[in-house]
Design a protein around this ligand. Structure first.
Ligand code: DAH
Length: 362
């Protein structure tokens, strides 16, 4: 009885078709599964007389191995066939490839590079400085008196060290009147820090532009951000005058925005320049007619400038009797907003692809 069942099942297993996934599944379920025919026969083993049990058990095990081997082999063959099959038989392999999408330049990069190119044409080479600064380079050397309200003009992020707010930077620029360390460290609030660094370390005359990121403790809104970018500039030589500064600014604005843009210098105050001025240009949105961007004045501010204060020259180790110079600082975001008519500062940092894709492709 048992022998006949085994013989019949052996014949079935040998003949079974295993040519596609459905047949493979059916085979696995009806022969190899826990409720399959082989399992059935194993259950019936207990009805076999003791003296035959051993031989029948061996036959059953051999049949089980044979079934498993047939199944494994057919499954491997099916997988190999699937791997080799073309993914889409209708695909035309002679078509030219789709070019990779390369992305676009960030508007701030475009404007920064354009600004640097304009200044490069009149001899200003690029310098950079650290984003984490000490009090000396951000404030004291720039003539912000200790405990003077001028320091509050720029809400500062201070950097804490493990020693509690004061960072020892004794290995930095050894030159000049820099006070003994440790001193407070902070995220620079303006790129004017780099003015001090180049004046401290470079031979005269100095003619530099200094792009970079700056940080202020501000609530983020359409018009203010805690992180933005400036391009600073400085020129120090013998006999430099405010007329030279004006000429540089005129040249820059007209190169960047065109010859029909007007420029005005509005008297202002910065601790590190004397005299100081703010630079206004014709509002690019309304061409001077008045709109909500320029608050109906026809003018928009693009930066500050002035003659480097003699005290600042002295702090950096330059003789103010012999040398004079001018400096300026402009916001890159501000200029990009005017150039591209962008009305919300947050767009620059949100990485919204719909915004970014509108700019020049790489
Ligand atoms: N540092 C100033 C600011 O962040 C901008 C500035 C004004 C820079 C006058 C200068 C300057 O170099 O001469 O508001």
């Amino acid at each position: 009885m048992m022998q006949e069942s085994i013989a019949a099942l052996t014949a079935e297993i040998t003949k079974a078709e295993l040519n596609n996934p459905a047949e493979l599944d059916a085979f696995r379920i009806s022969y190899l599964g826990r409720k399959g025919r082989l399992a059935d026969l194993f259950d019936q083993l207990k009805t076999v007389p003791n003296e035959e049990k051993r031989a029948v058990g061996q036959q059953l095990n051999a049949l089980k191995q044979q079934a498993q081997a047939r199944f494994d082999e057919a499954q491997q063959a099916a997988e190999a066939a699937a791997d080799n099959a073309p993914a889409n038989p209708d695909f035309d392999y002679t078509l030219p490839p789709v070019p990779n999408a390369l992305g676009t330049r960030h508007p701030l990069s475009l404007v920064r590079e354009e600004m640097l190119r304009v200044f490069a044409r009149i001899g200003f080479a690029v310098a950079e400085g650290p984003e984490i600064e000490d009090d000396w380079h951000n404030f004291t050397a720039l003539n912000f008196p200790e405990n003077h309200p001028a320091r509050d003009m720029q809400d500062t992020f201070f950097v804490e060290s493990r020693s509690g707010g004061l960072v020892d930077s004794s290995d930095e620029n050894a030159l000049t009147h820099q006070p003994a360390n440790p001193q407070p460290h902070l995220l620079r609030t303006h790129t004017s820090t780099v003015q001090v660094r180049v004046m401290e370390t470079e031979p005269l005359p100095i003619r530099r532009v200094m792009p970079g990121r700056v940080f202020r403790n501000e609530a983020i809104s359409a018009r203010a951000h805690m992180m933005f970018h400036q391009v600073e500039g400085i020129f120090i030589d013998e006999g430099v005058s405010f007329a030279d500064l004006k000429q540089t600014v005129y040249y820059f604005v007209q190169e960047l925005f065109g010859a029909d843009i007007n420029i005005r210098f509005r008297p202002s105050f910065f601790p590190f320049t004397e005299p100081s001025a703010e630079i206004d240009i014709t509002c690019l949105i309304c061409k001077g007619a008045g709109c909500n961007i320029c608050k109906y004045s026809g003018w928009v501010e693009i930066g500050g400038c002035g003659m480097v204060d003699p005290a600042v020259l002295e702090n950096a180790g330059i003789d103010p009797e012999k040398y004079s110079g001018y400096a300026w600082g402009m916001g890159i975001e501000r200029i990009a907003m005017l150039k591209y008519q962008i009305k919300d500062l947050r767009l620059f940092t949100e990485n919204d692809m719909r915004f970014l894709r509108q700019f020049e492709a790489l």
